[in-house]
Design a protein. Structure first.
Ligand SMILES: *Cc1c(COP(=O)(O)O)cnc(C)c1O
Length: 387
C-alpha cells in the first residue's frame, strides 16, 4: 500500500524534527507580515527591493487584467502569446543588453528549459556543487538526455579548469548561480567567463538573487562585474524576487533563444503566464531601472546589519548581497534562536541540512530596501541579546 509507506516516511520526517509547515500570511508581502494575528518584522522574503507590495505594480496588474483578461488561454506557441508578453520580452532584452529574451512562468521552469535542451549525448555540463535545486534537477534531465554532467567544488576555478581540460566533449556548458541562495556569496563570473572562452564553452548564469539588486540600474551580476552580453552567455533571471511579481526570463543570442523556443519542453508544454503578470512586470522593470534609491537603501541596511553583527560570537558569512547568513552550526540551536526571534516579533528563517551542509545550520537573514534603519537595529539588538 502506497498510503502506508507515505505515512511511515512522514512519521520518519517528524521524528527527525524536519517536518516543514507553512505560515499563513494575513497581509501582503512587505516589511511587516501579519501572522496569527501578530505583526512580524519580515526578514524571510526574497522581496529585496520591496516591490511585491508596490501599489504602482499592483495597479499595472489590475489594469492589465481589465484590458487583457485573466488568463492567456494556451501555451506561447499555440495561442497564448499576447502583446504584453511580447512587449515584456523586448523590454528584458533591451534591459539586459542581450539580442533576445524568452519569459517563463517560473524560474524553476526556465532552468529546466535551458541546460537539458542545449546539452545531450556527447556534450558535457559542469555545475557548481552549491547550485540551486532547480539547476540540480536540470542536471538530472541533461543526464537523462545523455550529457556527461560533472559537479565542481563550490567556486573552485582550478577544479573547473581541470574538468574542462580533461573533457573530450564536443560541446561544453558551465552552469552556475551568480549569487548563491543559501550563502549570499558571488560566483567569480569574470574567471568563469575567461575559462568559458578558453575552452570554447557556453556559460549559463542563474541570476535569481542578483537581478534588480546588483550592478548599474539593477541589471544584475553581469553588470556588477562589467561583463558583456556575450553570445557564449545565457542569462537566467527570476522575476518573483527583487522584481516582486513572478516568472523568469532567459536572455541570450538570437540563435540560442530561438532554439529554446523551438525545443525547450518546459517552455513549450505549459500555459503562458496570465498577460496581467506581464503588464505588472513591465512596470516592475521600469521601477528597477529607476531604482537607485531603493538599491542605495538596501545597501545601507546591509552595511548596518553587518557592522552591527560584527562583534557577535556567531559567524556572518561574507556576503555583499541581500542574503545574510548567520551560521549557528547546530540544528537545534538554530531552531531555538529562530523561535526566540519569532517570540520577539522578528521573522528570520532557520535553514538546516540537507538544504545546507551538515554542521552549518544557519539563520538566513533577507534584507530588503523596505526595511528601515530602526528595523535593522531591532534585529541587531535581539541577536546581541540572544546569541
Ligand atoms: C528562486 C530560485 C529559482 C527558482 O525561481 P522561481 O521563479 O522561484 O521558480 C532558481 N534559481 C535560484 C538560484 C533561485 O534562488
Amino acid at each position: 500500500m502506497i498510503e502506508i509507506r507515505l505515512k511511515a516516511e512522514l512519521e520518519a520526517i517528524a521524528t527527525t524534527g524536519l517536518t516543514r509547515r507553512r505560515r499563513v500570511l494575513e497581509s501582503p508581502c512587505g516589511r511587516i507580515a501579519a501572522v496569527d494575528g501578530r505583526e512580524m518584522l519580515n526578514f524571510a522574503s526574497n522581496d529585496y527591493l520591496g516591490l511585491a507590495g508596490n501599489a504602482e505594480i499592483a495597479q499595472a496588474m489590475a489594469a492589465g487584467a481589465t484590458q487583457w483578461g485573466a488568463g492567456s488561454g494556451a501555451s506561447h506557441l499555440v495561442s497564448g502569446h499576447l502583446a504584453p508578453h511580447e512587449a515584456l520580452e523586448k523590454e528584458i532584452a533591451a534591459f539586459t543588453g542581450f539580442p533576445r529574451a524568452l519569459t517563463f512562468s517560473t524560474g524553476y521552469l526556465a532552468n529546466l528549459a535551458v541546460t537539458p535542451t542545449l546539452a545531450g549525448r556527447g556534450d558535457a555540463v559542469f555545475a557548481d556543487k552549491l547550485n540551486h535545486a532547480s539547476l540540480i534537477d536540470a542536471m538530472q534531465l541533461a543526464k537523462a538526455n545523455g550529457a556527461d554532467v560533472q559537479r565542481y567544488p563550490h567556486n573552485d576555478m582550478a577544479a573547473l579548469e581541470k574538468m574542462l581540460a580533461a573533457s573530450p566533449a564536443a560541446h561544453k556548458i558551465i552552469v552556475t548561480d551568480a549569487v548563491f541562495s543559501m550563502d549570499g556569496d558571488l560566483a567569480p563570473l569574470p574567471l568563469i567567463f575567461a575559462l568559458a572562452e578558453r575552452y570554447d564553452a557556453w556559460l549559463v548564469i542563474d541570476d535569481a538573487h542578483g537581478f534588480g539588486v546588483l550592478g548599474p540600474h539593477g541589471k544584475g551580476s553581469l553588470g556588477h562585474f562589467n561583463l558583456p552580453a556575450s553570445p557564449h552567455i545565457l542569462l537566467m533571471g527570476t522575476l518573483g524576487k527583487a522584481a516582486g511579481v513572478g516568472g523568469a526570463f532567459v536572455a541570450g543570442s538570437e540563435t540560442a533563444i530561438e532554439y529554446l523556443l523551438q525545443k525547450g519542453r518546459s517552455y513549450i508544454f505549459t500555459t503562458a503566464a496570465p498577460p496581467a503578470v506581464a503588464c505588472a512586470l513591465s512596470k516592475s522593470l521600469e521601477l528597477i531601472r529607476q531604482g537607485d534609491a531603493l538599491r542605495a537603501n538596501l545597501m545601507a541596511r546591509i552595511t548596518q546589519l553587518r557592522d552591527g553583527l560584527a562583534a557577535l560570537p556567531l559567524r556572518l558569512l561574507p556576503s555583499l548581497t541581500a542574503i545574510q547568513p548567520l551560521i549557528v552550526g547546530d540544528n537545534e540551536a538554530t531552531l531555538k534562536l529562530s523561535s526566540a526571534l519569532w517570540e520577539r516579533g522578528l521573522w528570520v528563517p532557520a535553514i538546516r541540512p540537507p538544504t545546507v551542509p551538515k554542521g552549518t545550520a544557519r539563520l538566513r537573514i533577507s534584507v530588503s530596501a523596505a526595511h528601515t534603519e530602526a528595523d535593522i537595529s531591532r534585529l541587531i539588538g535581539a541577536l546581541k541579546e540572544l546569541a
